[in-house]
Design a protein. Structure first.
Length: 672
């Protein structure tokens, strides 16, 4: 147990580098065009009238505030210095393929920010976000509401097909398509004057944190198709390059496009603006107060927050992190889709209330048998012994999705399906309990499965103090009562010795303390007896997985278990042509954030070391790491277990028709 004086010393040391923040007047903006300041001009406009420059002017007019910056910096620095589990592993040099990310000293980068004199509030928050992004860890993030309430959308969505063994950038879709403008599938020769493929690879490496694999980052930068659970169809999904929440560096993007043998065309495309702002503002001051500043929790919010904490009991550890602003953007898009669907069908006769509505049939060559919240089940007509399970998210409640998964597999079995393609493309993760039960559905076992991979946590004096106060009381991630002791017959801990008796590891040239290897206790759903009759149960030869590398967190645990433990073969598509590609990304460990960690301290009834954030924002980070079986390297950095068995390229056919892609996998896997 820390003494109060030592505790104060430890916590104050976390912010000692913050010595040079200074208030300074913002750089002078353009001459005012009315009595309104820059944010007032923005706030007075209708959403359809807002331009890139309106938003840029407002952001740049927000004055830097030393007190606010110091509080923000203190909390971010404390989180990554005390709690971030990959603080040392991130400094590992010379990662082997398919990884390509450089070593990152996040503490060194933060300390450099702490020594910098800022005059721009927007630049300060941008540099904090970029520093955290440089970890190439999708669980590590800084999202501040102040600068993410407007989305920036390009007309052109791009992709990188391989045609005649040459990978190029082409137009995937065009929002502004018209009889006078037919650019879809045309070659994009340059972007902002640079070879298009080179430009996008560089942009993805600098801006995206989804994976240590450059090929996965390129996939994330470009367009693809994702299953929409509302329309029950595959639709074009947002790409990170063409749809952004953070202010782009310029008001337009310049393209050189060539269609066939025609002369190249120069385009300069402005950003379309999507406003997510709900609060009114009339000037810079009210923008900061209403859009930026942290607001008091509404009455009754505490109960909802409790359900979101990293509790262990109940098997609902969540390993997926999407910014709140992105969820709101998706809700905005889904509302538009729902409105369009309602308009299209307003004159249709209503279906009988006693008959269930059949799922939509998008592909002539495949029947959609049914869907869940995270799954869809397709039966291939041309290969009737093949079923395709699309697992597009694990962010579906296990109590519903596990029975639904088994129901869909039974439907396959009843139709004579003996072979499965499991499509994980674009799956961002979700509930660990659902991941564990998914593995157990295909390879039933009473042994430790996905939830029970060996894991550990960082140990610091702050964490030891929290663990001591939490033991047996909170059900939280730092409550040792929720873990088992690998060295003592997997018995549950009866005290907080898990945190009081740490081990020392040296990673990336830095030495730190971690808990003994452990795992969280959890329970699997009862095994359905029908599983034993399925041709793919306990039979890796009858299963293939398909991924674009964007299979994160809980999805990564499933993909790792199926391939590296049960020897299911994996197909990875896209990435950099001619290079290997990861099956999954950001395996990490349990993700948390500043709000949840504050909750842990509140539950333990001790003071939190985190200062309140002046701006409404979320700082995400993984706080527990997992290991592959028999490995001493955290799975997040264990590159040897990431490579796929087979590489596929996007083409101008399979990239826009998932049925073609499934057929290619099935034919290669089970050709006679």
């Amino acid at each position: 147990m820390l003494t109060s004086s030592f505790k104060s010393l430890v916590l104050s040391a976390s912010i000692a580098v913050l010595v040079t923040f200074t208030n300074a007047a913002p750089a002078p903006g353009p001459p005012p065009v009315s009595h309104l300041d820059s944010c007032g001009i923005l706030g007075a406009k209708k959403p359809s009238e807002i331009t890139y420059q309106d938003i840029a002017n407002c952001y740049q007019a927000i004055p830097f505030n030393n007190t606010n910056a110091a509080a923000t910096f203190s909390t971010i620095y404390t989180l990554f210095n005390e709690f971030y589990v990959f603080k040392d592993a991130a400094m590992t040099p010379n990662l082997q393929a398919p990884f390509s990310s450089p070593p990152t000293d996040i503490i060194g980068k933060l300390e450099a920010i702490g020594r910098t004199k800022y005059t721009s509030d927007h630049k300060f928050h941008t540099e904090l976000r970029r520093a955290i992004n440089s970890l190439y860890d999708a669980h590590a993030s800084y999202n501040v509401d102040c600068y993410t309430q407007y989305y920036f959308v390009q007309n052109l969505a791009l992709y990188a097909p391989v045609i005649d063994d040459v990978q190029t950038i082409r137009v995937y879709s065009d929002i502004a398509k018209s009889p006078q403008r037919e650019y879809e599938n045309c070659l994009v020769r340059t972007i902002n004057g640079v070879d298009a493929l080179t430009y996008l690879k560089t942009w993805a490496d600098e801006e995206l944190n989804i994976s240590h694999d450059a090929g996965v980052r390129l996939n994330a930068a470009l367009s693809f198709q994702r299953f929409n659970r509302i329309t029950k169809t595959f639709q074009n999904a947002d790409s990170k390059f063409s749809v952004r929440a953070n202010l782009p560096p310029t008001a337009t993007i310049k393209y050189e496009i060539q269609c066939g043998q025609a002369k190249p065309v120069a385009l300069e495309e402005p950003w379309r603006i999507v406003s997510l702002v709900e609060d009114k503002f009339t000037d810079v001051k009210s923008f900061v107060e209403n859009v930026c500043a942290t607001k008091p929790e509404p009455a009754g919010a505490e109960d909802g927050a409790n359900a979101e904490r990293n509790g262990i009991k109940g098997g609902l550890i969540h390993m997926k992190e999407e910014p709140a602003h992105y969820k709101r953007y998706l809700a905005y898009k889904e509302r538009l889709v729902a409105e369009a669907e309602a308009k299209a069908h307003k004159d249709a006769a209503p279906a009988p209330t006693h008959a269930p509505t059949p799922p939509k049939q998008q592909f002539p060559g495949a029947d959609l048998l049914g869907t869940g919240n995270g799954t869809a089940f397709y039966h291939l007509k041309s290969q009737p012994d093949v079923g395709v399970l699309v697992f597009h998210t694990f962010d579906a409640h296990p109590e519903y999705e596990v029975p639904n998964l088994i129901k869909g597999l039974k439907a396959f079995h009843d139709l004579g399906v003996t072979k499965l393609v499991i499509d994980f493309q674009g799956n961002p993760g979700g509930y660990v309990n659902l991941a564990a039960n998914t593995v157990n559905t295909f390879f039933p076992s009473n042994e430790f499965l996905a939830t029970n991979l060996a894991s550990d946590l960082r140990v610091t004096p702050v964490i030891q103090q929290l663990a001591a106060a939490s033991f047996g009381l909170t059900d939280g991630i730092y409550d040792a009562a929720q873990y088992i002791d690998f060295d003592n017959n997997n018995q549950a801990y009866t005290d907080d010795s898990l945190f009081l008796q740490p081990v020392t590891y040296t990673r990336g040239g830095r030495t730190s303390q971690y808990t003994q290897r452990t795992t969280a206790t959890d329970a699997l759903a009862p095994t359905d007896p029908a599983l034993a009759t399925f041709a793919w149960t306990n039979n890796a030869a009858n299963i293939r997985i398909l991924t674009d590398g964007r299979c994160g967190s809980s999805c990564a645990i499933v993909a790792h278990h199926l391939t590296n433990v049960h020897k299911v073969e994996a197909y990875a598509i896209g990435g950099n042509y001619g290079s290997s590609l990861s099956m999954y990304s950001f395996a990490g460990g349990t993700v948390s954030d500043n709000k949840r960690i504050n909750d842990f301290f509140e539950d333990a009834k001790i003071a939190s070391p985190l200062k309140p954030l002046p701006y409404a924002s979320t700082i995400g980070l993984p706080i527990l790491e997992i290991y592959a079986h028999g490995s001493a390297v955290p799975l997040e950095y264990d590159a040897a277990v990431y490579s796929s068995d087979y590489r596929m390229a996007y083409t101008n056919t399979n990239s826009q028709d998932r049925l073609v892609m499934w057929g290619e996998v099935a034919s290669h896997a089970w050709s006679t």
